[in-house]
Design a protein around this ligand. Sequence first.
Ligand SMILES: Nc1ncnc2c1ncn2[C@@H]1O[C@H](COP(=O)(O)OP(=O)(O)OP(=O)(O)O)[C@@H](O)[C@H]1O
Length: 243
Amino acid sequence: MVDHKEVSYTPVGSNAIHCREVCLQVKKKKILDQVSFEVPRGSITGLLGPNGAGKSSLLRMIAGLSAPDSGSVHIFDQPAGEAMLSKLSLLPDRGSLPGWLTAGKWLAFARSIYPDWNDASAEQLVESLKISLDSRISVMSRGEEARLQLLTCLARTAPLVILDEPFTGVDMISREQISSTVVSELADGERTFLIATHDIREMEMLFDRLILIKDGQIQSVANVEQLRSSGKSVESHYREVFA
Ligand SMILES: Nc1ncnc2c1ncn2[C@@H]1O[C@H](COP(=O)(O)OP(=O)(O)OP(=O)(O)O)[C@@H](O)[C@H]1O
């Protein structure tokens, strides 16, 4: 039986993210309710839950784009916020790129604004994500733009990568290819990934840790290896918790 409210915290200094008793209310509606968890450095953690669970709200808070009403959010042992922006690379849920630019021009711009941009990595990602540099963003399909957004996020060397639904609009085969090649190549044990997704089947091989959330409350924090050794998959655990 998996402990649905795991509270065994790892020692200070080994966490990329530490949320403690985070609460957020918008227009009298509880969005996040006493949310506590840790994301160990170097892990690839999946943040899973049904629509409206609070995943994007939580990721925005970790990225420092909003503040909790109460509780605390720390990134690498420092309070989340503007000062920590250089430590993370965020792919937001509803980002939109400037449509009037070509992909190539956008990437040149991104290179100029991100001090941690890695040219070699960007070049490799152009190949693996099949980005057409001459295409104007406004005429790209949803999936093509999603790939370009993913590239923009992954070409940086920030130690914390936060991806909110990275595969929206990306076709099934490409999702599998991208998750198995791109993200796993980048996950070198040094960088930490926190990924909110509904694409459990395509992503499940990547995750070493799961956080399951519903109605703004953490339902389960689980170690994927432990799940597997008890004969469960990420999907079966998800069904067990939410079905
Ligand atoms: N600015 C806001 N004003 C009012 N309600 C909000 C606001 N932001 C979020 N919410 C509500 O908070 C809840 C959580 O939203 P959130 O986008 O975090 O969920 P999610 O888990 O990312 O959902 P999905 O899987 O559908 O993307 C939803 O019910 C949403 O309507």
